[in-house]
Design a protein around this ligand. Sequence first.
Ligand code: BGP
Length: 476
Amino acid sequence: MMKGLPEGFLWGGATAANQCEGGYMEGGKGPGTVDMIPWGENRLAVMQGHMDYRELPEDSYFPAREAIDMYHRWKEDIALMAEMGFKCCRFSFAWSRIFPTGEEEAPNEEGLKFYENIIDEMLRLHIEPVVTICHFDVPLHLEQKYGSWRSRRLIDAYLRYCRAIFERFKGKVRYWMTFNEINMLMHLPFMGAGISFKKGENELEVKYQAAHNELVASALATRLAHEIDPESKVGCMLAAGQFYPYSCDPEDVWEAMKKDRVNYFFIDVQSKGEYPAYAKKQMEREQITIQMEPEDEAILRENTVDYIAFSYYSSRMISAHPHPEIETSGNAFKTLRNPWLKASQWGWQIDPLGLRITMNSLYDRYQKPLFIVENGLGAVDTIQKDGTISDDYRIEYLSAHIREMIKAVEEDGVDLIGYTPWGWIDLVSASTGEMKKRYGFVYVDKDNAGNGTLERRKKKSFDWYQQVIATNGECL
Ligand code: BGP
C-alpha cells in the first residue's frame, strides 16, 4: 500500500486578488464588481443582489480597494511563502487589471506585466503558480452595460481575457481554474457573478441563465487553454461540503441529497459535459426557460475539465422539517447546528472527517483528480506582549483536516493533486469584509476599519506548516 502523499504533492496556500491586492485603480486597472461591496450592514444585501451598490451611503467603506496592499508588497510576500517551502501558490488575476472595462481590443500591458513579475518570481523560487481566472470579480463596466453574466456577451469578453493570459503565460502557468466557487452564484449572486436583480423578476431563471453562460465560457476556455498550451490543466472550482441529513427519516435524507445537487449541478456539467437529468426536470417544473445556442451542447460535451478543485471549510446539515432553534447561517449556506461538531467563532462547524467524506463523494462522482484549493479556520488572533502569536487553534484545525486528507489518499485511493489552505496570509474576509477574521500563517497589521501599518509577522503556525511541508505531512 502506498504510504503518505505522492512525491511532488503540491503543498501551498491560496489567496484572491480582491482580498489581498489593493491598488484598486493603479496600473490602469478598472473597477470590478467586487470593489463595490461595502463593509458593514449593507454588505449582505449587496452580495445577494438585492441592493444596488449605486444606492450606498457616501461614506461607505470598501475593504477590497485597499486590502493588504499586496500590489506593492508581492515580493516580500512571495519570499515568505518560499521560506515556508511552498511548492505552489494559488492566487487570482483581477480581470479588470488586464481588461479595465472588459471590452478593450488589446490587454492592458501594465496589468499583464504585474502578474508576469509575480509568476517569474514564483518560478525562480520553484513555486508552481496556480491561477484562478475569475475569483468573484467582473469588470464593472460589463455589469453596468450588460448586467454581467446574465448576458451572453460576457462569454466573448471572458474568452478575450483568457486568450490574452493563456498566450502570455504559456509554459509558465500549468494549472488554471475558470471560476472560483462557481456555485456561489446560486447563494450570493452579486459576489459570485456580479448579478443583481430587478424588482419582480424570476431570480432563479436569471441565475440559471448566468450559470449557463458561465458554463459555456468555462468549456470554451478549457478548449482554448488546451489549444494554446497542450500541457495546461484546467479545473472547475466548487464550494464543497457535504450536506448531512438531520436524521435517518428518509425525508431528511432526500432533502440532503437535493441540497447537494444544487452545488453539484455546476460540476456535473463541467466534468461530465451535460446537464444532469435532475436539473433539466427542475427547470421544466419551475418553468424556467433559458437561452441556449444550438452549438452549446457540443461545446459542453467536448470540453470537460481536467481536475476538480474545491474549497472545504465545513459540512452542513439539513432537514425536511423546520428546526428554527438550531438553524444557523454562519456562511452563504444555511445549515442546522450539528450536535456532534464544534463551531468557529463565526459559526462555521468544524468537521475534519467531513473533508474525507466530501473527497470521497467527489471522487466517486467524477473520477478525476481532486485539488483542495481552500481550507482553513477564520479566527481572531492576538499578539502577545513578546510579539508572538500562538495560534494553536489554527494548527489544531489544519492538522486534523490534513490527517483526514491523507487518509482519503492513502486508504481510500483518492487521487489528489495538492492542498492550498485559504488565506496563507491574513486578508479581507469575503463574507464579512472584516480583517478580524484571520486565516493566515502570516499576520498582517490592519484592523476592520482599515487602520494599521500592514507589517507582516509570522505566527506560530508558520513554523508548523513549514515542518508539515518539509516532511510531506509525515510529522502529523
Ligand atoms: C470562500 C472564498 C474565499 C474566502 C473563503 C473564506 O468562499 O472563495 O474568497 O474568503 O471562502 O471565507 P471568509 O473570507 O468569508 O471567511
